[in-house]
Ligand binder design. Structure first.
Ligand code: AMP
Length: 204
């Protein structure tokens, strides 16, 4: 089983790259943001409960996120692996995920940390907002989401760094090039069980 986490600030390309890597290795792509957007589109109570947080760029409370994750992940007990996109976002979520996977004996294999310049992140999200219609891809909310990332999610780098599971990937290249960088790390891991800690980065 190959369990991957795609991690990084909003706009870094997590969603795009998660989908591509899941497709390439026949893994299930699990995006918590997408799961909640779908709840909202379907008009469920859960969707109504969480939209306020999403529209305002705030984190949905951990108990709500974890309940949803448990429910969805249990449907995928027999797949070759999962790609977590946008989860975990808090230390508590990371600890709970580890416990859940350890119990099943299928720990996280690699945590990809995508590195993209801040100016590029903001431009990407503003451009995406024009087509996607995502309510949180507007300038004010983008800045709030960046703050949430800096204050909460970024701390997970230490958590996974201590586990020696992080691979830093430069996301400042065309989509296909970034996918190849990720695949290179996956291939190396499959062969050696070791993690290449940097791909495509010239500094930082
Ligand atoms: P994303 O599609 O990953 O950019 O997520 C969009 C929004 O969904 C975030 O800004 C949060 O409001 C919410 N969200 C998604 N995943 C999580 C999570 N793991 N924990 C808390 N909130 C989340």
């Amino acid at each position: 089983m190959l369990n991957l986490i795609l991690f990084g600030p909003p706009g870094c390309g997590k969603g795009t790259q998660s989908a591509r890597i899941a497709n390439r290795y026949k893994l299930v792509h699990l995006s918590t943001g997408e799961l909640f957007r779908e709840e909202f589109r379907k008009g469920t109570q859960l969707g109504k409960d969480v939209i306020h947080f999403m529209k305002n760029g705030l984190l949905i409370p951990d108990p709500v996120v974890l309940k949803k994750l448990y429910r969805v992940a249990s449907q995928y007990a027999h797949v070759p692996g999962l790609v977590f996109d946008g989860f975990p976002r808090t230390l508590n979520q990371a600890v709970v995920l580890d416990k859940m996977l350890d119990k099943k004996g299928i720990p996280i294999s690699i945590v990809f940390c995508m590195v993209v310049d801040e100016e590029e992140l903001i431009n990407r999200m503003l451009n995406r907002g024009e087509d996607s219609g995502r309510l949180d891809d507007n300038e004010e909310i983008i800045h709030k989401r960046m703050d949430v990332y800096r204050n909460h999610t970024r701390l997970l780098k230490d958590y996974y760094g201590n586990q020696q599971k992080i691979s830093y990937i430069s996301g400042m290249a065309p989509v296909k090039v970034v996918s190849e960088r990720i695949a290179q790390v996956v291939e190396y891991f499959l062969k050696t069980k070791e993690i290449l800690t940097r791909a495509g980065l010239t500094h930082g």
